[in-house]
Design a binder for this molecule. Structure first.
Ligand code: KIV
Ligand code: ZN
Length: 516
């Protein structure tokens, strides 16, 4: 009989710890709803005590997202646990997740407390959480660098206190598969009451072994795997959800005792949604989901594929809901064809949303002869990344050339007011950004700038994603256009508008450009 492996998605908690991957409330809610469609078992959606904005996002998800267990993270302190409960108590199935380190390195240098004191704190935290809900998860941070005997004592004690899930994280991505598998089976062998809890694993990818470690842990008794869409997460990231799920599925011959209930047809869409909202591109060679994962370039491979797909392909794009043979649209394609294509891609728009989308489609269709699925996807991503704008672009003119000084004229609208500025720069984009800074009165640092052609061809849509930093905030901005300068300006304005809306939501002092 095949046993179920529960998929615990932490894209909105550990995944959001990726530098620059700040998401606002609406963006988190969109991702959480999509994770529910993907049918993950548990969604960890934040660390509520960290800020009022984070608390609100977790609470909104708990109220609105049905299906999966909803959990959030707490240190072993009462204020954290109270905040988690206040935020998740509206969920159909709430879980409190609390954690404390168990390795000597962390206990001595970070926590600076005696191991016995920490063990008592863990027990007290679990008992306290148990007053709120029966479903309590306890994580031993840095488990893979912890002393086994001590860890087993902690696990036994927290299970006695009521923990129902025990997580053994490889916090720093230090484990290697065989050793990690042995660790899981040793814990099962040594902890007398382990049968009263589910064992979970949570692997980071510092050595590129997170997925391998998670899979071997399953073979050794773990029944919950923590993972993130596209493998995003702290430092080198966490085990990639799509790799765990598709690995177990495609290699059923080997993993015949295990299955997940994830709807793999939603993987492609979830991956693209997370990438466009976090602004973290999916590497082209990323396993399972990268653009090249289904491309075959060598002549020998192409020849094999044409004769029989199984020669060089173990995963089909369709398996994960990727594109099948695609229809090419033009400005003369009617509403029916566009709506059909969107539905095929899994996007459901109401009448007014569709009309707005169709107008954007026609503008693009006039600029580009052929509109592909990737173009529609980019337009949809623009809509998803949409933040109620403080500033909108009214007019843009730039000058550049081998003998001229790059300059820009930018006209922005805020409420009913129009602002016009000109400036110079190292290039036309720099000049336009300088002009925008003059208008908004803030001058964020441009940390990263990425431009990608959405499709092939010289008339392709250019998609720009940037990371800007202002004071302590790092924000991702995104914009598309057939004109790369315009796409760059849109991305910058998207970032600035997010920055301004974040300042309002978190009740922080407003940046100078938002002074009225
Ligand atoms: O990596 C880690 O140890 C964590 C815990 C909080 C589960 O993210
Ligand atoms: Zn982690």
């Amino acid at each position: 009989m095949s046993e179920k492996v529960m998929i615990f998605d932490s894209t909105l908690r550990d995944g959001e710890q990726t530098p620059g991957a700040r998401l606002n409330l609406e963006e988190k809610l969109k991702i959480a709803k999509q994770l529910a469609k993907l049918n993950v078992d548990i969604i960890e959606c934040g660390f509520p005590v960290s800020s009022p904005g984070e608390f609100m996002a977790v609470q909104t998800i708990a109220k609105q997202v049905k299906g999966p267990i909803i959990t959030a993270l707490a240190r072993t302190v009462q204020a954290d646990i109270d905040a988690v409960w206040e935020a998740i108590k509206y969920a159909e199935r709430p879980r409190i997740h609390t954690f404390l380190a168990s390795s000597e390195i962390h206990m001595k240098h970070k926590l600076r407390k005696d191991p016995e004191v920490l063990l008592e704190m863990a027990v007290e935290a679990v008992k306290y959480a148990k007053n709120y809900t029966s479903d309590v998860q306890y994580s031993l941070e840095d488990a893979t660098r912890s002393e086994l005997g001590y860890m087993c004592r902690v696990i036994e004690a927290v299970i006695k206190a009521g923990a129902t899930v025990i997580n053994i994280p490889d916090t720093v991505g230090y484990a290697v598969p065989e050793q990690y598998g042995q660790l899981i089976s040793e814990i099962i062998r040594r902890v007398p009451n382990i049968d009263r809890a589910t064992i979970s694993v949570h692997c980071h990818d510092d050595l590129g072994l997170a997925v391998a470690n998670s899979l071997i842990a399953v073979q050794n008794g773990a029944r919950q795997v923590e993972c993130n869409v596209n493998g995003i997460g702290e430092r080198a990231g966490n085990a990639a959800l799509e790799e765990i799920v598709v690995g177990l599925l495609v290699r059923q011959d080997y993993f015949s005792q295990f299955h997940t209930e994830v709807n793999q047809k939603e993987i492609y869409k979830t991956s693209r949604l997370v990438s466009s909202l976090t602004g973290i591109p999916v590497p082209v060679n990323k396993a399972v989901i990268g653009m090249n994962a289904f491309a075959h370039s060598s002549g020998i491979h192409q020849d094999g594929i044409l004769k029989n797909m199984s020669t060089y392909e173990i995963i089909s794009a369709e398996l994960i809901g990727g594109k099948a043979a695609q229809m090419v649209l033009t400005a003369r394609s009617g509403r029916h064809a566009v709506r059909h294509e969107l539905q095929e891609m899994g996007f459901q728009l109401n009448e007014s949303e569709f009309e707005e989308f169709f107008t954007e489609f026609l503008v693009l269709g006039d600029k580009k002869k052929e509109v592909f699925r990737e173009d529609l996807e980019a337009l949809m991503a623009d809509r998803l990344a949409y933040t109620a704008p403080t500033y909108t672009l009214e007019y843009l003119q730039t000058v550049s050339g081998s003998k001229s000084i790059p300059a820009a004229v930018v006209k922005l609208k805020k409420d009913e007011q129009i602002f016009v500025e000109t400036d110079f720069g190292a290039g036309p984009i720099d000049a336009a950004y300088n002009a925008i800074d003059k208008i908004t009165g803030i001058s964020p640092r441009l940390e990263t700038y990425n431009l990608r052609g959405v499709t092939e061809g010289r008339d392709a849509l250019g998609e720009v994603s940037i990371m800007i930093k202002y004071q302590d905030k790092t924000i991702v901005g995104r914009g598309t256009s057939t004109d790369v300068i315009e796409a760059s300006i849109k991305a910058y304005l998207n970032g600035i508008n997010k920055l301004l809306s974040l300042s309002k939501v978190n009740g922080n002092s407003s940046p100078p450009g938002d002074s009225e």
